[in-house]
Design a protein around this ligand. Structure first.
Ligand SMILES: [Zn+2]
Ligand SMILES: [Zn+2]
Ligand SMILES: [Zn+2]
Length: 387
């Protein structure tokens, strides 16, 4: 276990660089970056940490930081909501769990945790020099995973998962309600129902499924014409429903709208009753074959606008899909972006002409599944690939 970072009283900022009786107006904080003053304000000026933005040091507190004791200003709150579920390709979160910056990050080595922390937060809030010590450690676990809840000024909030959910529900402008994230010891393997496109390979490579999983692997259906509610209830319960239109050029016996209609029908059956706290996620991917009317119908049925997930090589759009999903952060995913309808229809025509080997839409949207790590059991991807 990692050594406990302790409060280092010797390391307080020297007082002579601080204006005595500093206030919002006279403190250097008002000139810019004021985070190095947080420790001074709390220890010397006896200001409550709840009255200071933990992310930037501002005194214009709008709300409380959901994970650690401390305040949060309005701009930092927006940044926090935007980056909360953003992941890098390596499966770790892209930004610091305290301040949402993406500077040099320390990574939690608990295999079930995906969190990162920036050097500045650790040095300012735990004690100066801590980041170097953590950096040199081979097995560091983070402030949310450590058995004790306090490290210097950093005090983990009691019931932070419930607070995080309440924070998102209260502060977010999105009509989507967030499910409370699940503690590691309660996480179970994700139960998947996959329609018209199999996502087993993608989920296995991300570490969500055990390689060679026999029964208990994802249920995959290609033709669902005769499937009724009772069938889905018998096979389930499911945690993730995935559906996609077939790749372009793929010969199929149904019009594109059929896939959307069937997905919506099975979504009704697979979904837990309204108000259930059980996390349930769904994703529908259109491989650019739906007509404009179909897209409008999907937006109505699924109660949200689609997001375009794109594969850009240099500045050229290589590939794209439209995605509707309630998985957190699909909207702010690094690979999503505004693409005009003209560009999309050109791309679809190009693809048809080029007769490229059909690429499954699942490959494009793969990283959108990463936020599910906060809810379901994770089998190490490295471990499974070496078996
Ligand atoms: Zn702030
Ligand atoms: Zn930070
Ligand atoms: Zn951790």
């Amino acid at each position: 276990m990692a050594a406990a970072p302790v409060l280092d009283l010797e390391a307080e900022p020297s007082v002579d660089v601080i204006l005595v009786g500093s206030s919002e107006l006279s403190s250097p904080a008002s000139l810019g970056w004021g985070r190095d003053l947080i420790a001074y304000e709390v220890r010397v000026n006896q200001r409550s940490i709840e009255d200071i933005c933990l992310c930037c040091g501002s005194f214009q507190v709008h709300t409380q930081h959901p994970l650690f004791e401390g305040g949060m200003c309005a701009p930092c709150k927006d940044k926090f909501l935007d980056t909360l579920f953003l992941y890098d390709d390596d499966g770790y979160q892209s930004y610091c769990s305290i301040c949402c910056s993406g500077e040099t990050l320390l990574i939690c080595e608990n295999p079930d945790c995906t969190r990162c922390y920036c050097f500045e937060c650790v040095d300012n809030l735990v004690s100066p020099g801590t980041s170097e010590k953590v950096h040199a450690m081979s097995n560091w676990v983070c402030f949310l995973c450590l058995p004790f809840s306090r490290s210097g000024l950093l005090q983990r909030r009691h019931k932070w998962r419930a607070r995080l959910k309440a924070f998102c529900d209260r502060e977010s402008e999105s009509p989507l309600e967030m499910y409370q994230t699940v503690p590691v010891w309660k996480r179970e393997p994700v139960r998947v129902l996959s329609l018209f496109g199999d996502i087993k390979r993608e989920l296995t490579s991300l570490g969500f499924l055990e390689d060679g999983a026999g029964p208990g692997g994802p249920k995959y259906l290609d033709d669902v014409t005769d499937v009724v509610r009772r069938d889905v209830e018998e096979w389930g319960p499911f945690d993730l429903l995935y559906g996609a239109t077939p790749p372009l050029g793929h010969t199929c016996c149904h019009p594109p709208g059929w896939y959307l209609f069937q997905f919506c029908r099975l979504l009704q059956y697979a979904r837990p009753p309204p108000g259930s706290p059980r996390p349930f996620f769904w994703m529908f991917v259109d491989n650019l074959v739906l007509t404009q009317e179909d897209v409008a119908a999907a937006t109505r049925f699924l109660e949200m606008e689609p997001v375009t997930i794109q594969d850009v090589c240099g500045r050229a759009l290589q590939d794209a899909t439209r995605v509707w999903s309630n998985i957190p952060a699909v909207r702010s995913s690094k690979h999503s972006g505004p693409v005009s309808e003209e560009e999309l229809s050109l791309l679809a025509q190009d693809r048809q002409r080029a007769r490229l080997p059909p690429r499954t839409p699942a490959q494009l949207v793969k990283n959108c599944f990463l936020p599910l790590r906060e809810y379901f059991k994770y089998f190490s991807a490295e471990l499974t690939s070496s078996l």
